[in-house]
Design a protein. Structure first.
Lengths: 403, 141
C-alpha cells in the first residue's frame, strides 16, 4: 500500500533531507552562539559554520563565497536585488525589464517601483514560455538599469537562456538579475561564466529548510545595492539581522548534497517524469504547457481539456499537486503564467502541475496515472463541454452567457 | 480549500447526471456560464402535461461547489411546477450547501440555470417568456 496523499508538489516546497535536518539540530541546542559574537568560542563556532555553508552554497553555483549574502528566502533576495539596485543606480536610469511569467516576488516588486516613478516593461514570452532574444533586445532602452528574468519557471518549469540574455545585458550596460529559486539542483549554474550580476536562491526548494535563502551579488564587476533592512550592518551592510545559523547550516548542507547528487538524481527524476507524461498523454485532449525540451526534469504541467481544475484537484485528493486554476479566489482568474503563453482560459483552468522529487517512486507515478485516467473520465462524463466537443461543436463559436 | 460534507456528498455522488434523449417530450434545457469563467452548467427539465417537472438532469463543468449546486437543484426542482421552480433562490442553495463567500457565484449560476431551463420550456411551448437567463456574451472577469 502506498502512503497517501502522494506528494507531487516539489516545486511548492521540498521536505528537508534527513541528512540536512541532522546537521541543523546541534545549531539549535549546543552550538547556539551568535555568529556575530566575536569575543568567545560560541560565536566563533557559529561563524565557522556560517562560512562553511557560504562556501557550500557558492560551490553549487560557481560563485565566490564573498558574493553570497544570506536572506530569509528568494522573495527577500528578489526584493533586495531589484529595489536595492534600482535605488542605488537611480541616477543611471529609471527603466526596468522583466517577463510576464516571473514569480510574484519579482512582479510585485516591479509594481512597487512603478509607484515610485520607475518604468517597467513586462515582456510577453513565446507560446512555449521562453523569452525571444530579439524582443528582449528591443525592450532594452538607453535608460534601462536592470533586467530580471527567472532561470526556471515555477509553474511550467521552462529554462530561460540566461547565458545569452546576460551577454546582451552586459553589452548594453544593463544589470541582470536572475531568480534561480527553482533552479538549484535542477540545472547547472556557473556564475563564474554567466554574465549575471545578481541571482536569488532559496533553500526549501532544494531539500533545505524554509525561511532561508541567499542573494549572489557579483564582485567583478562590482554590483552595489541599497540595503532594504537596516540595523547591525550584517552581511557587509547589505542585510542586517542576526544570522539564523541553523537555517544557514541547513541550506549549506542541502546545496552540498545537491551538488554531489544532482546528475544522478535528475536522470532518475526525468525517467519518472517521462513515465508520467507517457501515461497521461494516453488520455484524450491533454496539452503540455511550456516547452518540453528547455525544461527542468521534474516538472510536468498539463491541461486536461474540458475538465475544470479545482474539481479535478478535488477528485485526486490522493495526490498533492497544484492547479493552474486560482478559482478559489473571488476573481476566478486562471494562472497568469498560462495566460501569458496565450493558453485559452479553459485550458488554463484545466491545468495541473506535477513536480516530482527525491522521494518519488515509480509505484507512486503508476498510481497517479491510473487515478487520473479514472477521474478524468468521470469528470468528463459530467462535463457539458466534453459532450459538445464529442458532438463536434467548436466551443469558440458558442455564445456564452457572462456571469 | 475545505468543503462542507454536503458539497462533498453531492460531488462524490452526484444526483441525476446525464442528458435526456433529443426527442423526449417536454424536455427543456438551460445552459449558463462560460468556459472562460471556469464553470458551465447545463440543466435539463422534463415537464409533464400538468406543468410539473417530473425529472431533471444536469451536466456541469466547474468546481466541486458548482457540481454540488447543480446536483442539488436537480433534486429540488423535481415535483415542482415551473413557477415553484423559479422561486428557488441562490441563497437557499448556498445555505443548504454551506458555500463559502467565494463560492456564492456557483449558487447564482444554479439559480440562473433553472431560469434558463424554464425560459427554454416556455419559449418552446409558446408561453410568455418572462425570465431572460443571462445577457452579454463575454466573460466579465
Amino acid at each position: 500500500m502506498i502512503k497517501q496523499p502522494i506528494y507531487l508538489d516539489y516545486s511548492a516546497t521540498t521536505p528537508v533531507d534527513p541528512r540536512v535536518a541532522e546537521k541543523m539540530i546541534p545549531y539549535l541546542t549546543e552550538k547556539f552562539g551568535n555568529p556575530a559574537s566575536r569575543s568567545h568560542e560560541f560565536g566563533w563556532e557559529a561563524e565557522r559554520a556560517v562560512e562553511e555553508a557560504r562556501e557550500q552554497v557558492a560551490a553549487l553555483v560557481g560563485a565566490d563565497p564573498k558574493e553570497i549574502i544570506w536572506t530569509s528566502g528568494a522573495t527577500e533576495s528578489n526584493n533586495l536585488a531589484i529595489k536595492g539596485a534600482a535605488h542605488f543606480y537611480k541616477s543611471k536610469g529609471k527603466h526596468l525589464v522583466t517577463v510576464m511569467t516571473e514569480h510574484k516576488a519579482v512582479l510585485d516588486t516591479m509594481r512597487h517601483l512603478e509607484s515610485e516613478g520607475y518604468e517597467v516593461t513586462y515582456l510577453m514570452p513565446e507560446s512555449n514560455g521562453l523569452v525571444d532574444m530579439e524582443k528582449f533586445k528591443a525592450a532594452l532602452r538607453p535608460d534601462t538599469l536592470l533586467a530580471s528574468v527567472m532561470l526556471v519557471n515555477n509553474e511550467i518549469g521552462v529554462i530561460q537562456d540566461v547565458a545569452a540574455l546576460g551577454e546582451v545585458c552586459r553589452a548594453r550596460g544593463v544589470l541582470f538579475h536572475v531568480d534561480a529559486a527553482q533552479a538549484t539542483g535542477k540545472v547547472t549554474i556557473d556564475l563564474a561564466k554567466l554574465k549575471v550580476d545578481l541571482m536569488s536562491f532559496s533553500a526549501h526548494k532544494t531539500y533545505g529548510p524554509k525561511g532561508i535563502g541567499a542573494l549572489y551579488v557579483q564582485r567583478k564587476p562590482r554590483v552595489r545595492l541599497e540595503a532594504q533592512m537596516h540595523g547591525g550592518g550584517h552581511e557587509r551592510g547589505l542585510r542586517s539581522g542576526t544570522l539564523a545559523t541553523h537555517q544557514i547550516v541547513g541550506m549549506g548542507e542541502a546545496f552540498r548534497v545537491a551538488r554531489e547528487e544532482m546528475a544522478v538524481e535528475n536522470e532518475r527524476v526525468r525517467t519518472l517524469r517521462d513515465r508520467l507524461y507517457q501515461g497521461l498523454s494516453q488520455i484524450e485532449e491533454t496539452h503540455v504547457n511550456g516547452d518540453m525540451e528547455q525544461r527542468v526534469p521534474h516538472n510536468l504541467n498539463i491541461s486536461f481539456n474540458f475538465v475544470e481544475g479545482e474539481s479535478l484537484i478535488m477528485a485526486i485528493r490522493e495526490l498533492a499537486v497544484s492547479s493552474g486554476s486560482a478559482c478559489t479566489s473571488a476573481s476566478l482568474e486562471p494562472s497568469y503564467v498560462l495566460r501569458a503563453l496565450g493558453r485559452s482560459d479553459e485550458l488554463a483552468h484545466s491545468s495541473i502541475r506535477f513536480t516530482i522529487g527525491r522521494f518519488t517512486t515509480e509505484e507512486e507515478i503508476d498510481f497517479a496515472i491510473d487515478l487520473l485516467k479514472a477521474k478524468i473520465g468521470r469528470l468528463r462524463e459530467m462535463s457539458p463541454l466534453w459532450d459538445m466537443f464529442k458532438e463536434g461543436v467548436d466551443l469558440n463559436t458558442v455564445k456564452w452567457a457572462a456571469h | 480549500m475545505s468543503y462542507s460534507t454536503k458539497v462533498l456528498d453531492h460531488y462524490e455522488n452526484p444526483r441525476n447526471v446525464g442528458t435526456f434523449g433529443k426527442d423526449d417530450e417536454g424536455v427543456a434545457t438551460g445552459m449558463v456560464g462560460a468556459p472562460a469563467c471556469g464553470d458551465v452548467m447545463k440543466l435539463q427539465i422534463k415537464v409533464n402535461k400538468d406543468g410539473v417537472i417530473e425529472d431533471a438532469k444536469f451536466k456541469t463543468y466547474g468546481c466541486g461547489s458548482a457540481i454540488a449546486s447543480s446536483s442539488l437543484v436537480t433534486e429540488w426542482v423535481k415535483g415542482k411546477t415551473l413557477d415553484e421552480a423559479l422561486s428557488i433562490k441562490n441563497t437557499q442553495i448556498a445555505e443548504e450547501l454551506a458555500l463559502p463567500p467565494v463560492k456564492i457565484h456557483c449558487s447564482v449560476l444554479a439559480e440562473d440555470a433553472i431560469k434558463a431551463a424554464v425560459a427554454d420550456y416556455k419559449a418552446k411551448h409558446g408561453a410568455m417568456v418572462e425570465t431572460a437567463a443571462c445577457k452579454g456574451s463575454d466573460c466579465s472577469n
